[in-house]
Ligand binder design. Structure first.
Ligand SMILES: Nc1ncnc2c1ncn2[C@@H]1O[C@H](COP(=O)(O)OP(=O)(O)O)[C@@H](O)[C@H]1O
Ligand SMILES: [Mg+2]
Length: 197
């Protein structure tokens, strides 16, 4: 196993199984948590993440295939691509990202961290990763926050392209867009985001 990256919650490893390279996302122990609670939280979050990926895959969203899960790890398809955050991208890619989010929301899932740092660009199209904060039974608010995060990450021009593609592809998009406008008016999400960092 080779360590590929290390985040706040999980480490990413490359592993070769029967000659095929896979990716393992393993949640690490948090020493400040009581160990029974820590084990339980990691298990629940791992299960929730893998479940959201499976539901998304079944709904036709472009996500890595999940091969197996353990109590604190997910074995998944290794996607060859580059993070959207680190890439140049065009209007077609932006529209595709909007369509993928529309499919995800149509399946009842909010991503929870929908930014260019969690989207891979491949030569077969875009692929959504990192379902660690995903909500499989999402309400309008969680869906609106997915849009809000993208709005804060993109130029105005690109955000509008993204939003248009999303709105065309998701039947309930008008309710989500109305909620987004409300959240922005409230100006409350900023405080919440900072509190969660
Ligand atoms: N299935 C995958 N295929 C290729 N690279 C991946 C895959 N999943 C994650 N990565 C890489 O690992 C990094 C961290 O994974 P991610 O799930 O986003 O965890 P974190 O919660 O640490 O952000 C990503 O930014 C990406 O570069
Ligand atoms: Mg991530």
């Amino acid at each position: 196993m080779r360590l590929l990256s290390e985040g706040a919650e999980a480490k990413i490893y490359l592993v070769s199984i029967f000659g095929t390279l896979l990716l393992v996302k393993k949640r690490h122990a948090k020493p400040y948590r009581a160990s029974q609670l820590d084990i339980m939280l990691r298990k629940m979050r791992t299960k929730k993440e893998a479940h959201a990926m499976l539901v998304a895959k079944n709904a036709g969203v472009s996500v890595p295939a999940v091969y197996a899960t353990g109590s604190d790890e997910i074995y998944m398809e290794l996607i060859k691509g580059k993070l959207m955050r680190d890439s140049a991208f065009d209007r077609k890619i932006i529209a595709d990202v909007g369509i993928e989010l529309a499919k995800l929301h149509s399946a009842g899932i909010a991503h929870g961290d929908f930014t260019p740092a969690n989207i891979l660009l491949t030569n077969k199209g875009v692929c959504i990763i990192d379902f660690g904060l995903a909500e499989p039974n999402a309400g309008i608010e969680e869906k609106a926050i997915d849009l809000l995060l993208m709005k804060r990450s993109l130029s105005k021009e690109f955000y509008l392209l993204f939003e248009n593609a999303y709105a065309k592809a998701y039947a309930n998009s008008s309710a989500v867009l109305r909620r987004l406008a409300e959240i922005e008016k409230r100006g409350r999400y900023q405080a919440r985001t900072i509190a969660n960092v």
